[in-house]
Design a protein around this ligand. Structure first.
Ligand code: PHE
Length: 467
């Protein structure tokens, strides 16, 4: 049963480990792969501005809410919401928000593992010097031949999922905490090395200009994308932060801790952008390449600048580590829930859930080759269809899972968590659990949580529907 001071799954040795874990969760492919390419696709600075506003006004309050709920409930997100709802005299059905979140986290893991697998493939490719002197056509062909090979994608996807499952199976302290203590410092060192390298390219200012030049006329199209990405990059709306909050020692203050995590995540995204764009410009390339930015444009750049091979390997190792420290946080909410529910061993439950995720992930891996013609959400001359084989437009399985999770499930989950913490939990409980160092800030935080964040999510949703 839940206990006032600890969770049955374990407890971090200190507040710092929560910071490591939550930052590890937050910093991932979202920062290094998605953020730069989305900034490229949606007009650079305009997108960055909207993204920063979303982080501050919507992301941060929801992240606080999740951490508060987790530490208060001390159980998996589903059971945390259920018991807190009952304690507050509300419907236990609030737990459905966490059930949806937990499902979204597993869906994200399924395709995340595929993309993370590409980075493993690229570590080897870079190391073997496959990119030396490569041109656009060559890099494109290398990417296409990798994604065209179902076995190769499956192999890396399997390897990534196995390591993720292994860490989770070892448990909160022996698995998560121990691996994070190694991965996170390494991640920051690698990032700084890369940034230092990019400073030497002579194109650094061009990168700065690209990321911070605000052209508001372009921002409109990117608003929903920026909001969805704010959720994705902070790992909120799915219960990952909540579950890590449930392992947080009682005495530490949540306010400052969560602020640190959000700042670190933002700093890493901006640093990744500042490290990558100069390399892209140095190689004379365009930053607007879309998802291929990291796997096509960047490798060309690495193949054509001095010592690019070494830094290319460093870069893809960085990506893999960032992805692993995020992937574990996607698996943990569901594993914790099934342990509570069935009482079976962590190892067995992890094996089952990771296997299910792996199977769903196969759909994503195959959507680049044998299932490339399976299209969802098709809009064409025949009208709108949920599914059509071989249609021109529409989304592949991979794109569909990405879209449905980050554009719909995450914001919806975050909205429900915010409403629960702001309107159901009770002001005094929230305030006591939050333990702000500067209590005078509390009304502002509470106001953001109750009004600004939910209304913000709602407005962006409605605008999207209207368009
Ligand atoms: N925040 C992670 C990233 O930026 C992705 C993530 C989403 C992790 C949801 C956990 C839960 O890559």
């Amino acid at each position: 049963m839940a206990n006032e001071s600890v969770s049955i799954h374990g407890i971090w040795s200190s507040r710092w480990v929560f910071i490591l874990a939550a930052t590890g969760s937050a910093v991932g492919l979202g920062n290094i792969w998605k953020f730069p390419y989305m900034a490229g696709a949606y007009g650079g600075g305009a997108f960055v501005l909207v993204y920063l506003v979303c982080i501050a006004l919507i992301g941060l309050p929801i992240m606080l809410a999740e951490t508060v709920l987790g530490r208060r409930g001390r159980q998996s997100p589903v059971n945390t919401l259920r018991s807190l709802a009952v304690q507050s005299g509300a419907s236990p059905r609030w737990s459905w928000a966490a059930t949806m979140g937990m499902t979204a986290a597993l869906l994200i893991l399924s395709f995340y593992s595929v993309v993370a697998g590409w980075s493993l493939d690229y570590i080897i490719g870079m190391g073997r010097g496959e990119f030396a002197g490569i041109d656009g056509a060559g890099a494109g062909a290398r990417f296409d031949s990798m994604t065209a090979d179902p076995w190769r994608l499956t192999l890396w996807h399997t390897l990534f999922m196995l390591v993720t499952g292994y860490i989770i199976a070892k448990g909160v302290v022996a698995g998560l905490e121990r691996s994070l203590r190694i991965m996170m410092p390494l991640l920051f060192v690698l990032l700084v090395v890369l940034l230092g390298y990019s400073l030497t390219t002579g194109y650094f200012m061009q990168g700065v200009q690209f990321l911070f030049h605000f052209d508001l006329s372009q921002a409109r199209a990117g608003i929903l994308a920026a909001m969805g990405h704010a959720f994705f990059t902070l790992s909120i709306g799915v219960g990952s932060i909540m579950v890590f909050g449930s392992y947080m020692p009682k005495k530490s203050s949540i306010g400052g801790t969560v602020l640190t995590v959000a700042l670190l995540d933002t700093v890493v995204a901006l640093t990744a952008g500042l490290a990558l764009f100069p390399i892209v410009f140095a190689a004379g390339l365009e930053p607007s390449a879309g998802p291929g930015l990291m796997f096509v444009t960047l490798p060309i750049a690495f193949g054509n600048v001095m010592a690019g091979q070494v830094f290319g390997v460093i870069f893809f190792v960085l990506v893999a580590i960032a992805a692993w420290s995020s992937a574990i946080s996607m698996l943990e909410p569901a594993v914790a829930f099934w342990i509570e529910r069935s009482g079976k061993s962590r190892a067995r439950i992890t094996a089952v859930i990771a296997s299910i995720c792996w199977v769903v992930g196969l759909g994503s891996a195959l959507s680049f080759n044998v299932l490339a013609d399976a299209k969802f959400f098709v809009v064409d001359a025949d009208g709108w269809r949920l599914f059509a084989w071989g249609a021109e437009g529409g989304k592949t399985f991979f794109d569909t899972v990405d879209y449905v999770t980050s554009r719909i499930m995450l914001p919806l989950g975050g909205l429900l968590f915010a409403l629960f913490a702001g309107w159901v939990l009770g002001r005094d409980v929230f305030k006591a659990e939050l333990g702000l160092k500067y209590p005078r800030l509390f009304p502002v935080v509470y106001w953001l949580l109750r009004y600004v964040a939910p209304v913000g999510v709602a407005i962006v949703f409605v605008t999207e529907l209207y368009n």
